[in-house]
Design a protein. Sequence first.
Length: 324
Amino acid sequence: MRTIRLGRTNAHVPAISLGTWGHGGPRVTDSGASVGWSGHDDAQAREALLAAHRAGITHWDTADAYGDGHAEELIGTMWNDVPRDEIFIATKVGYIFGPANRAYEPRFMREQAERSLQNMRTDVLDLYYFHHSDFGPNDEWLDPALEVMHRLRDEGKVRFIGLSAWNASRLMRVIERIDPDVVQPYRNLVDDDYESSGLKAWVDAHDLGVAFFSPLKHGLLLGKYEHPVTFEEGDFRSTVGDFRDADAIGRYRAAAAAMRERFASHPEPVLHAVTGALLTGNPTACVLLGQRNPRQVAAAASVGEALSAEDAAWVRAQYNSGRG
């Protein structure tokens, strides 16, 4: 597995890193939102983590909200089989509300940090993200939350500070005040404001690390769905309109077929194309792939090379052809 320097952290992590959103299983929030993934199996997830370590996939990304701590707890069961000091652990805080019924309340942030440490049976979080960029109507929660982060870092419980967001423009609104070491934006070939938002320019200018999440658009870009599909309550994919859109599914299947033809010599031509295009021109970036079983780990371990600029442009054009 090719490694990259994760920006100014100077940590070296695999270009394809492991996301554990799916390890939390299905979940419905108190407000009725489906935010998890169906199809999870604890034993398979543990096998995936073990296989990932063996394959050199040693950056594991999780969050306290994934199964209300369950994904973190699974990681915490691994240290009899995997040396803790060989894994770069990233987790997040912000999606679970405490007694104040809002994000980033300082006392609850501290409690959640301690809970994450306990869940994963570790003394330090290598990377601790603000899970989203909503710090109140006028960002009034930002400074107190940042103070908690800085104290955790000063105490040696957190090594590096991260900032994540579904929308890179929202991330850019607070990036200067937070000055994160690593950013985690939502990015794939069809949902991509990484450059237009100014985030890429900021990353390059400040030598930040980057971890792109949901690079497969939740699996859609692999072209494996033949017809519209529905998911059970608790599965985030039930909220994604393209799963119910026959035209969108057809476009993704056609694009994936084109990838298999152009990159036929690669063992995972579609995965190679859709991840490699995101890595092109981004030397401090990795891609987070959900890996819930050893088969997915094996596929992930076979990719991670950036495409040429020419190939990346072609791949992007195929996936965006025919969009309204």
